[in-house]
Design a protein around this ligand. Structure first.
Ligand SMILES: Nc1ncnc2c1ncn2[C@@H]1O[C@H](COP(=O)(O)OP(=O)(O)OP(=O)(O)O)[C@@H](O)[C@H]1O
Length: 701
């Protein structure tokens, strides 16, 4: 049960004064919530200001700098309403102080209101930006107009928040301050001594400080209130990961004793030799699986490093030991593709490989479910359909989750909630820096595929301004004539997938008329079978150019494709570009990646594309991406349940992450069910941070 003291924070934002459904929808949009209904007061509380407006600059009128917010105390001399019938002329009010004269400018000014707010001969305080024109200063629509006697009412420093179209700062600020007023006094979960040494304020004070910065220093990530909130955020994350992990580990694993029969047959039939990294990763995995403790291992491998083989060999070991294994992919396309490649590799060993996704229906589905229940199906590949209630396994020993950052811990937990406790291998494609692994996955054992298969040639990456698209099309025509295969990736359109689709279809039509060659088009709006057919035709070489939206971003494997064109490369994240580029250079032919960009690019834009041009090392790219974009983007938190951070920054607060990790481990060891007084208060922390996965566990616990 959620502690009662948090109730006010978990009410809908519409319970805040002045927040109706329309504003709630804007706030939901701002906070990246899909449903306005899901927008709670607590979410606003975590919406941190990004800068401040400082009104403490109080020069005389003549000394007010151009374009800067200032506060001016002056006497009202005269009003100058617009002439009758000329509503496009502004209403002006003239003031003076010892140094000069200032005109206040109001478009469509309400005379009655202005006469009241700015009575003749009164001294008033006005605050806003001053513009100089022809040697005369003016202030258009001042932010504040108050009488001198009431000057205190005007805040001298105000927070500025990130906004969204249609939402004004004033309205948002009011909603946030109402939200913050609801933050209750909470029992302290931070160790008292540590909090004192760090100078942490208590939770309520920390939020008050966060939203009422007094100067620039208060926006610094190292300000005590920000550090406290960052620590909290890390602690909640680490606790939640530890709880999940503990829960997964508590069920002992079944030691798997492979015979080598199947794996040897697979290896003998491979057209290549596994790399040293692949062999080492398989060894690590088999060692884990042989022990009584359940395996929980992360397999990290850069694009094209050969994770699929490692997954297959591990699953085969589970089958040798008389069990079943599953591989769960994040998308239908990937599940089908894994099924195709794995079936092929597994054929010489007579493995029974099945595929089960949301698309498997009717009789076929029943038959597969039966084969899964009887144990006839040995390796089952699919999407999250693999863990739906109707699916029951005879003896599931091993689960591989091809995570690609799209699942998060929720799905992993589902497995255990079904009462099965297979060994678990989580695969991630984008190489992520250690701190991020820690933050997103907790202390998992990690295997890395550090080398690429032998014979790979470097991908030549070039950046080309979009004005030269015609040239690129000419080159493409020549390459296709030589029998090469290419991808053309259409621009990412964040706001609208309809626009994205339109631009892909347009590009498809242009390329078709320019190239006179059979071309495939694949996009997210197609049905599964349609996508499959297009992919299949491309794989088989019936089409040699594939125009695609980013659906091909992860995992697609067509080794003889050697050219990749990415349109509007400047709109993509670095990690995403790296993933996309990884679709070529998967065979032993030399490959090219052309990044078309629409200029002019800013400094960061240039830096980003040149990083990609200069290196193919996914880890390096990820580190740079982290520096340039921030961790939320890198983890792709927008599409997934992977924990992103609202206040904490991995760069600024790496020290706190380390402490939080240790603290979480200590707490869980001493008080695994969070029942002690401190445990109780930590539950409050978990609720506050909406760590549902861990909370569900506690309730069940
Ligand atoms: N040791 C090896 N030697 C040569 N080729 C290999 C080796 N291991 C895998 N491959 C081939 O390399 C290609 C990429 O492998 P795989 O699809 O497993 O990569 P991945 O790690 O899943 O990458 P991504 O995340 O980009 O999908 C495949 O065509 C695969 O058959």
């Amino acid at each position: 049960m959620r502690p009662q003291l948090l109730d006010p924070l978990f009410a809908s934002v519409t319970t805040l004064p002045g927040v109706g459904p329309k504003l709630a929808a804007l706030i939901a949009k701002l906070l990246g919530k899909e449903e306005a209904d899901d927008c709670r007061v607590v979410d606003l509380v975590f919406h941190a200001p990004s800068s401040i407006i400082d009104r403490r600059n109080q020069p005389g009128i003549a000394l007010a700098p151009q374009g800067v917010v200032v506060t001016i105390t002056a006497r009202v001399d005269r009003h100058q309403p617009p002439p009758r019938g000329k509503s496009n002329v502004p209403y002006r009010v003239f003031l003076h102080d010892d140094t000069g004269e200032l005109s206040l400018v109001f478009f469509k000014g309400n005379a009655q209101w202005l006469e009241k707010a700015l009575p003749l001969d009164e001294t008033v305080v006005v605050s806003g930006k001053v513009d100089w024109f022809n040697g005369r200063p003016s202030m258009v629509h001042p932010d504040y107009i108050v009488r001198e006697a009431a000057a205190e009412e005007m805040p001298l420093v105000e927070p500025i928040y990130p906004l969204t179209a249609g939402l004004s700062l004033k309205v948002l600020r009011r909603a946030v301050s109402e939200a913050v007023a609801r933050v209750p006094e909470t029992p302290e979960w931070i160790d008292g001594e540590y909090a004192r040494r760090q100078g942490f304020p208590d939770l309520r004070q920390a939020f008050l400080d966060l939203h009422s910065p007094r100067d620039g220093a208060d926006l610094d990530p190292q300000a005590p209130h920000r550090r406290r909130l960052a620590y909290d955020e890390f602690l909640a994350g680490q606790l939640s990961l530890s709880l999940v992990r503990q829960r997964l580990r508590r069920v002992p694993g079944v030691p798997v004793k492979p015979t080598g029969r199947i794996t040897d047959a697979i290896l003998a039939a491979l057209p290549f030799r596994p790399t040293g990294s692949q062999t080492r990763a398989v060894e690590d995995i088999l060692k884990d699986m042989a022990s009584e403790q359940r395996m929980l291992r992360l397999l990290q491998g850069d694009v094209g490093s050969g994770k699929t083989l490692v997954a297959l060999l591990s699953m085969a070991a589970a089958v040798e030991a008389g069990g079943q294994a599953v591989l769960m992919a994040p998308t239908e396309i990937l599940a089908r593709q894994h099924h195709a490649t794995i079936s092929k590799m597994a054929a010489p060993a007579d493995l029974r490989v099945e595929v089960l996704t949301g698309r498997t229906k009717g009789k076929e589905r029943e038959a597969i479910l039966e084969r899964i229940a009887s144990g006839e199906a040995q390796i089952i590949i699919g999407t999250h359909a693999l863990f739906q209630d109707q699916v029951s396994y005879r003896n599931l020993l091993m689960a591989v989750v091809d995570e690609q950052h799209r699942f998060g811990v929720h799905q992993r937990l589902r497995l255990t909630s079904k009462g099965i406790s297979p060994h678990m291998l989580v695969m991630t494609a984008t190489p992520i820096p250690r701190t991020l692994v820690l933050a997103a996955f907790g202390d998992m054992d990690v295997s890395k595929l550090t080398e690429k298969p032998a014979g790979r040639k470097p991908i030549q990456t070039i950046t080309v301004p979009s004005e030269r698209t015609g040239e690129i099309i000419d080159r493409l025509r020549a390459a296709l004539a030589e029998g090469k295969k290419a991808y053309w990736i259409c621009p990412l359109v964040e706001e609208s997938d309809v626009v994205e689709l339109m631009s892909a279809e347009e590009r498809f039509a242009v390329l078709q008329s320019e190239l006179h060659a059979p071309i495939g088009l694949v996009h997210g709006r197609m049905t599964g079978p349609e996508k499959d057919a297009v992919m299949q035709a491309f794989k088989a070489g019936e089409t040699r150019l594939l125009v695609a939206t980013t659906v091909v971003e992860v995992g697609v494997d067509v080794p003889d494709a050697t050219i990749m064109v990415i349109e509007h490369a400047e709109r993509f994240g670095l990690a995403q570009l790296h993933q996309l580029r990884g679709r070529v250079g998967r065979g032993d032919e030399a490959s090219t990646c052309i990044l078309l960009y629409k200029g002019p690019l800013g400094e960061t834009g240039k830096a980003r594309l040149s990083i990609l041009r200069d290196t193919e090392d996914g880890f390096l790219i990820a580190e740079e991406d982290l520096k340039l974009r921030g961790e939320g983007e890198l983890l792709g938190t927008r599409q997934s349940g992977t924990p992103g951070f609202r206040i904490a920054s991995l760069e600024a607060h790496a020290d706190l992450l380390e402490v939080a990790r240790k603290d979480a481990a200590y707490v869980i060891e001493k008080d695994p069910e969070l029942l002690s007084p401190r445990g109780e208060s930590l539950r409050t922390l978990l609720y506050l941070h909406r760590r549902d996965e861990a909370i569900r566990f506690l309730r069940a616990g």
